[in-house]
Design a protein around this ligand. Structure first.
Ligand code: PHE
Length: 358
C-alpha cells in the first residue's frame, strides 16, 4: 500500500507539471503500459493474501482511474493553452493598411461610346448592332455602291478569301451596313445608333486598320433635313460640352445619302494647337445626309411614304479631339502607362462631360 501511495504522488506530480502532449503520453506508458509501474503492482496482487489482495486491488483500480482522468484533464488543459497561445500570436491587426490592389480603367473608346449612346439615348435612339464580317450586299450594293463604283476602291477593303469576286465576304468598311440590316428587319419608324468596329487597309498617325464608327439612322414619314441638322447640332454641342459650339453643314457626296452633308465644328489652330469652339477655322467631324430613296427601296421601304436621315462618324477621331490624344495608333497599343493616363475611372456613372482619372 505504501508503494501505491508513493507511486500515486509521483505520477500525479508528473502529470501536473507535464508541458506537452508527448510528455503525457510517456507518463501514461510509464504508469499504465505493459511494463508500467501500476501494471507491475497489479501483477504483484497474485502473490498476496486474499484480504490484502482485495484491498490493494481496489486501491490500484481507483489509482488507475485517477491517473487516467488526470492525464485526460491535463491533455485538455495543454490543448487549450496551445490554442490560446496561437490565438494570441495570430491576432489580426486591423490597423495594418490593406494590400495594394491595381484598379483597371475604362478605355477612352469605351468611354466615348458610352457618352455618344447617352446623348442619343436622351433623344430616343436605340442601339443596334451588326457583324464585323459582312457580305458584299450589306456593305456595298444595298448602300447604292455598285461593283464598278469608285468608292469601293477608296475604302481600302479587306476581303476574306473564298468565293469569287463580288461574293467575297469583307471586314465591314463602315457601320452603314447596320442601317441596311435594321431597315430590312424592322418596319419604320426607326431611330437607331450603331457603334462598332470597322476596318480599312490603312495605317498612320490618323488611321488604323481597325477603328470604330458610330452610325445613326432615323426613318419616318415626316423626317426632313431640319431634323438632321437639329439632331447633329445638339449632339456636337452636348458631346464637346460647348453650348454655343458653331456647327456647319457643307454639301458633300455619299452614294447612300442624297443630299449629303459633311459636318464641321468651329475651332482655332494656333501655334500647332487645335482648340474646339469659337474661332476662324473649321474641323470636319462627320458625314451625313438624307437616306437615298434607292437605299430605302433596296430594304423594302416605300420611298414615296418614308424618308430618313443618316450619319456616321469616327469614334477615335472625336475622342482624340475631346481628350487631346495626339496619335490614333496609341488607342490599340495596350500600353498600361497610356491607359492609366487617358483611361477613365471604372464604376463611375458615364457622364456627358467625362473627366480624366487623376
Ligand atoms: N459611312 C460613311 C463613311 O464611312 C459615313 C456616313 C454614314 C455618311 C451615314 C453619311 C451617312 O464615311
Amino acid at each position: 500500500m505504501d508503494d501505491c501511495f508513493s507511486v500515486r504522488d509521483e505520477l500525479m506530480a508528473a502529470v501536473e507539471t507535464a508541458t506537452s502532449v508527448d510528455e503525457l503520453e510517456r507518463i501514461r506508458i510509464g504508469a499504465l503500459g505493459k511494463k508500467g509501474r501500476i501494471t507491475a503492482l497489479m501483477k504483484d496482487l497474485g502473490r498476496m493474501e486474499p484480504e490484502a489482495r482485495r484491498e490493494t486491488g481496489a486501491a490500484l483500480n481507483a489509482l488507475k482511474d485517477e491517473i487516467a482522468t488526470a492525464l485526460d484533464a491535463r491533455k485538455a488543459a495543454l490543448a487549450d493553452a496551445e490554442l490560446d497561445a496561437r490565438l494570441a500570436a495570430e491576432r489580426i491587426d486591423v490597423t495594418l493598411p490593406p494590400r495594394p490592389e491595381s484598379v483597371g480603367s475604362i478605355h477612352p473608346i469605351s468611354q466615348t461610346i458610352d457618352e455618344i449612346v447617352a446623348i442619343f439615348g436622351e433623344m430616343g435612339f436605340m442601339v443596334a448592332e451588326g457583324p464585323d464580317i459582312e457580305d458584299d450586299w450589306h456593305n456595298f450594293t444595298a448602300l447604292n455602291i455598285p461593283r464598278e463604283h469608285p468608292s469601293r476602291q477608296e475604302m481600302d477593303t479587306f476581303y476574306l478569301p473564298g468565293e469569287s469576286d463580288g461574293l467575297r465576304k469583307v471586314l465591314r468598311t463602315h457601320t452603314s451596313p447596320v442601317q441596311i440590316r435594321t431597315m430590312v428587319r424592322t418596319p419604320p419608324p426607326l431611330r437607331i445608333i450603331a457603334p462598332g468596329r470597322t476596318y480599312r487597309c490603312d495605317s498612320d498617325a490618323t488611321h488604323s486598320p481597325m477603328f470604330h464608327q458610330v452610325e445613326g439612322l432615323v426613318v419616318d414619314e415626316s423626317t426632313h433635313m431640319g431634323h438632321l441638322k437639329g439632331c447633329l447640332i445638339e449632339f456636337c454641342r452636348a458631346f464637346f460640352a460647348i453650348d454655343d459650339l458653331p456647327v456647319r453643314f457643307r454639301p458633300s457626296y455619299f452614294p447612300f445619302t442624297e443630299p449629303s452633308a459633311e459636318v464641321d465644328i468651329g475651332c482655332t489652330r494656333k501655334d500647332g494647337q487645335l482648340r474646339i469652339g469659337h474661332g476662324d477655322d473649321w474641323l470636319e467631324i462627320l458625314g451625313s445626309g438624307m437616306v437615298n430613296p434607292k437605299v430605302l427601296a433596296n430594304c423594302g421601304i416605300d420611298p414615296k411614304r418614308y424618308q430618313g436621315f443618316a450619319f456616321g462618324m469616327g469614334i477615335e477621331r472625336i475622342a482624340m479631339l475631346k481628350y487631346g490624344i495626339p496619335d490614333l495608333r496609341t488607342f490599340f497599343e495596350s500600353d498600361l502607362r497610356w491607359l492609366r493616363h487617358y483611361g477613365f475611372r471604372a464604376l463611375a456613372v458615364p457622364s456627358l462631360v467625362g473627366g480624366l482619372t487623376p
